[in-house]
Ligand binder design. Structure first.
Ligand code: AR6
Ligand code: MG
Length: 305
């Protein structure tokens, strides 16, 4: 019961983080202006903050979980494809523009097409990590299942082990956040070390170990400098910093989002990751009315599912 409620909350936080983070892109504000406004905690003045592909894909993951209680890969492939076809202008990654139309027509083809991306390496982008926090909350009672289901959800589009590891790490962090609602769960450096210990070996895991060594009060820009801010759009360059920020701000979604935003880089996605994880604990509690009025709401089917 708690886990489905927490998954719903994580989805809200993910979408809020995505929409909030998007406002800080150079398309809307030069980096210097964005950095100064974030430091001053000046809420973006635009009246509509739209969410992007991070939320579009998270909605597909959530839909499959509510329909089947687990990741059915072919149905997830179909949901990604159909959602893309209905609205392709949400800022999807390069590889997804190539892959998702094929999945809309032939969802079973994910098994071969996904591996073909990027010269046969598969994607190591941050796209599997950005959409997965609600899944971590959903399965929070069983951490092995969190890792397994996260990997299933990732490999539909991201065949490279680093793309998958990013999703496993984010899902585990969300599971710990959700567990802290009604019991003891690790936070801060301890959470990061626990997540690293359960993440498959590789660059994402190494980054998480480094993140565990970055003290809580470190200036966010400095932490982003050490851990990466997502500007390479890779899982290993995105997940450690976004989880570092989440792990040290599990009590306040807005503090967490401001901290993550200060790292700039792939800021819709770092904020989607942080927002999804923290909201698995907090929901939207403490988020100012002004933010809630400006962010694009989730589609109405979410509440009917
Ligand atoms: N080798 C080199 N670069 C790679 C590889 C690889 N094997 N795989 C991925 N990249 P993509 P996503 C780089 O296209 O992960 C949106 O803006 C490459 O530069 O699979 O869903 C979201 O908001 C590629 O373009 O899509 C997120 O920020 C990039 O990683 C992001 O895109 C993204 O991989 C999500 O992207
Ligand atoms: Mg995006």
């Amino acid at each position: 019961m708690i886990s489905s409620l927490s998954a719903r909350d994580a989805l809200e936080g993910l979408a809020l983080g995505d929409a909030f983070g998007e406002r800080w892109f150079p398309l809307f504000r030069p980096a210097k202006v964005a950095f100064a406004e974030i430091r001053a905690r000046r809420v973006p003045g635009e009246l509509a903050w739209h969410w992007t592909d991070d939320t579009a894909m998270a909605l597909s993951v959530y839909r499959v979980l509510t329909a089947y209680g687990a990741v059915h890969q072919e149905d997830l492939a179909l949901a990604f494809g159909v959602t893309y076809r209905a609205d392709a202008y949400r800022g999807y990654g390069y590889g997804m523009h190539e892959l998702l139309p094929k999945l809309a027509d032939e969802p079973a083809s994910w098994r071969t097409e996904t591996r073909e991306l990027f010269g046969g390496e598969g994607s190591l982008g941050n796209g599997a990590a950005m959409r997965v926090a609600p899944l971590g909350a959903w399965f929070c009672a069983d951490l092995d299942e969190v890792a397994e289901q996260a990997a299933f959800s990732a490999e539909v589009t991201h065949a490279h082990p680093e793309g998958v590891a990013g999703a496993v790490a984010v899902a585990l962090a969300a599971a710990f956040a959700a567990r802290g609602r009604d019991g003891d769960a690790p936070e801060g450096a301890e959470l990061l070390a626990e997540v690293a210990g359960r993440t498959p070996a590789g660059e994402v895991r190494e980054g998480l170990h480094r993140a565990a060594g970055v003290p809580a009060g470190t200036e966010p820009w400095r932490a982003a400098d050490l851990l990466g801010n997502g500007q390479r759009i890779r899982a290993a360059d995105t997940v450690p910093f976004a989880l570092w920020s989440a792990a040290h701000h599990l009590g306040s979604l807005t503090d967490a989002l401001w901290t993550t935003a200060e790292g700039l880089g792939d800021v819709d996605t770092t904020c989607a990751v942080t927002g999804g994880v923290v909201a698995a604990r907090t929901g939207l509690a403490g988020v100012p009315e002004q933010w809630l009025a400006r962010r694009e709401a989730l589609p109405s089917w979410v509440d009917e599912s």
